[in-house]
Structures are given as structure tokens and as C-alpha cells.
Design a binder for this molecule. Sequence first.
Ligand SMILES: Nc1ncnc2c1ncn2[C@@H]1O[C@H](COP(=O)(O)OP(=O)(O)OP(=O)(O)O)[C@@H](O)[C@H]1O
Ligand SMILES: [Mg+2]
Length: 352
Amino acid sequence: MYIKEISLYNFRNYTNQKFEFEKDGGLITGKNGIGKTNLLEAICYPAFGKSVRQFADADLVKFDSLEFAINSKYQDEHKNYDFQVIFSKNKKAIKLNNSPITRISDLYNYLKIVYFSADDIWLVNGNRQKRRSFFDQAITQSSILYSDLLREYYRILEQRNSILKDDKFKSQLQPWNKQFISKAIEVVEYRKNYLAKFIKFAEDILNNITNSHESLQIDYEAFSHIVYESDWLENYLHKIEQNEFEYKRTLVGPHLDEYEFNINEYSVKRYSSQGQRRSLVIALRFAQIAMIKENSSCIPIIIFDDALSELDKNRVDKILSLLTDEHQILIASPNIDNYRGFSFPIIKLGDE
Ligand SMILES: Nc1ncnc2c1ncn2[C@@H]1O[C@H](COP(=O)(O)OP(=O)(O)OP(=O)(O)O)[C@@H](O)[C@H]1O
Ligand SMILES: [Mg+2]
């Protein structure tokens, strides 16, 4: 799969601009703040139906403008995918080949992109929310059913939370508990199944990048150490009911769970060096690519947004050599010296 062209209207710092891309990829360069990341964010938009960097749509509208639009064309060996995104008056409308997309989650079926960012280091250093959203996004790219399930889980969670706002609704909690428990168990099953395969890829790639033989564990940790088993949870929810009404929200569930990274049984967050962390997050992204390929016939577009700039040239060469040349690879960096060995066309921003 690859992107052929994109036109941006009032998107971030772009007023009206068109870019074209080669099938192999390109090196996007230009000084800090010129709009490299913004361009990549737009390229990723139709893959997720929102900002890959988790910004609100309103933040993507050019300062002092009212709406933004993205028109972009992608292609794989079977088909053309022409996306049109319009965000206006706080509403977005997305069309694929001129047909409206009614459910955002359908987008995950078409366009697969893996976005490596310098901010990925937050997958290790940041809070559990970062790891949950990484895995949720990755699982969704491999299984469209997961995004429907997750949405349903969050819908039930919201209902449950609104009941917990006021204990005069106490009698209504029971039926929601049943639904909550069944969806929570399903979500966790999906996550654990995904993780079991994912870890193998991540460990192999980590060792490949670092030339070592370390063991990587990624443990799924249920918040409050609850057990995802129907009777157990029913009892537990009953036990903490008073507490939940006090806090006015659901106190356990997949929306609070954690993924814990360990290398050779030691917590990465507590013990690993900066370099080890950086290698780990790159391995996580590679495992995401491997899982997409395993679960669909799609060859995702790979984007490196300044994600390799702190590594030496040998490491960069090694990492890029792990990618087969079936992928379109887009690399953004203010400094392209590290990528001199690559014959990608250069897209220089800001010199027109
Ligand atoms: N909604 C917006 N409207 C107008 N300009 C915006 C908007 N959002 C961000 N910008 C501007 O875009 C610029 C940042 O662009 P971007 O992050 O793409 O730069 P970059 O080329 O990736 O830089 P770096 O090399 O530092 O990563 C900033 O100057 C910022 O003010
Ligand atoms: Mg940037």
C-alpha cells in the first residue's frame, strides 16, 4: 500500500498545498517547525479517522480558519483509495471513493499505516494510558471486530458511570454490571491473545536491533489485580459498590489496566537506559507491523517522524534494513545526513 498524493486545505500550518509521493517513499526535510509532522499527521488521518497523535480535530484547523479538508490518494495492488476528509462546524465527514464512511472504525479496514514518532519513548516513560492506547490502536489494525467491541465496552462504561453519579439509581446498576462484565472479559481476551503473538515478534526484533539475546516480557496487569472471570467479577463489583458510588465512577476494568515491560525480568521503566528504551519502542512498532502482516494481506505504509535521529548511522541502517522493500517508507527529519545511503527522493519543505 502506498500514498500517491495529498492536498491539504487549512490543515495545521498549510493553507492550500499539494504533495506527491513515489511508491518507495521519500525523505521529508526542512527546518524545525516548517510542517513535517503536520504533513505526516495528515497522511495518517484517513487510517484512523482522527489525529494519529491523539489531537482533537479542532486543533488541526489552521489558526483563524473555520474548517479543514484533506484529499488523499492511496493505492495497493488491487485498488485505489481516494479519501476526502472535511471537518467543519465541529463535524467531520469522510468519504472513500466518493461514498460516505458512516462508521469511523470501518476505516481500519482499508488503510494501514505504522507511525514511528520521537514521542514513542512515552510508551515506556509515560503513564499506562499511553501503553493502552498503543495496544488498542495496534489490535484494531489487526482485527476490525476489536474496535467495535471496544466502542461497546466504553459505551457501557459510560452508562455505568452515569448511574454511579447518584445512588438513587442504585437499583439500575445490576443489569449494567452483567453487560459490563461480559464486555470487559472479551476486551481482555482480545488483548491477551494479541499480546501472546506480539511478544514473540517484539523480542526477536529487539534482539536483532541490539545484537543481543535478552528476554522480553510484556505482562498484562489487571488494575486492582482483579480476575477477569464472570462470577468472580460479579462478586467483586458487589463488594466495591459502595466505594464506586462514593467515587462516582467505575473503579476497575480494561480502561484502567496496564502493560508492564520487562527485559530479563527487570522492569524497563525502572532500570533500563535511554538507549534500551529507545530500542524497545522501535521493536514495539516493528511488532505492530508484523502483526498487521500476519493478520491481513496488507503491507502497511511506514512513517518515521524524527524517530531515528538520536541513533547512530549503523543502528539506523540496521533498523531500515529490517523492512522489506515492499513498504513505502516516509522519513521526516530536519537533518537527513543519517539517511544519505538511501536513494529516496527528497521532499524539501519551505523553499518555494
Ligand atoms: N492548527 C494550526 N494552525 C496553524 N499552525 C499550526 C497549527 N498547529 C500547529 N501549527 C504550527 O505548525 C508548526 C509545527 O509544525 P510541525 O510540528 O509539523 O513542524 P516540524 O517540521 O515537524 O518541526 P520539527 O522538525 O521541530 O519536528 C508550528 O510552527 C505550529 O505553530
Ligand atoms: Mg516534527
